[in-house]
Design a protein around this ligand. Structure first.
Ligand SMILES: [Zn+2]
Length: 111
């Protein structure tokens, strides 16, 4: 397995062994976002697991780059959707992620 295509990755994420492992990682991490934790923020059980998809289990080393670590617990950590999207440069979760436009111009002041 190389996980180079979306289809391959989808298949992996839907597989039973992964779902089982994913669940055990969530429990290991106590449903806490490890990235938020590192930043000193607390973003934990806002909603009960299963109700909303608040947490993802992330591959620290990307699946496509390190397929051999696909099922390696040391390569897995719990991230909240926000951090997960941030890591992968996705901004679909706009409810959390408002990009503020600068309102004042500090340089280039006009008289
Ligand atoms: Zn987070």
């Amino acid at each position: 397995m190389q996980y180079q295509t979306d289809a391959e990755r989808m298949k992996f994420y839907k597989s039973k062994p992964w779902r089982k492992l994913r669940q055990s990682i969530l429990e290991r991490d106590n449903y806490e976002c490890q990235e938020c934790k590192r930043q000193g923020k607390v973003f934990t059980k806002h909603s009960k697991p299963g109700k909303h998809k608040v947490f993802d289990v992330d591959h620290i080393k990307e699946l496509e780059d390190h397929p051999e670590l696909a099922m390696e617990p040391d390569n897995l950590e719990t991230l909240c959707i926000r951090c997960h999207n941030h890591k992968h440069g996705r901004y679909v979760w706009n409810a959390f992620q408002f990009k503020r436009k600068p309102t004042k111009w500090d340089d280039d002041e006009k008289w």
